[in-house]
Design a protein around this ligand. Structure first.
Ligand code: SF4
Length: 64
């Protein structure tokens, strides 16, 4: 099972912001239509199940 926090479009809300809550994040994706590209954003939480999301792309973790 995949979760939103496994997705490359998952951006956690920084701790130093007013709307910070543990697990809270924004799903930010770039879309392109005939006029050009634009960004879409919506609130998500880390444990949202992503299995049925058509936009899910696994994030790559680079271990050093
Ligand atoms: S809603 Fe979909 S695209 Fe957005 S973070 Fe979750 S799995 Fe990724």
């Amino acid at each position: 099972m995949a979760y939103c926090d496994n997705c490359r479009y998952f951006f956690p809300v920084p701790e130093n912001t007013d709307d910070y809550m543990p697990g809270k994040a924004d799903c930010i994706r770039e879309e392109v239509d005939h006029k050009g590209s634009f960004w879409l954003s919506k609130p998500v939480v880390n444990r949202n199940i992503a299995d049925n999301c058509p936009y899910f792309i696994p994030r790559f973790i680079v271990e050093t």
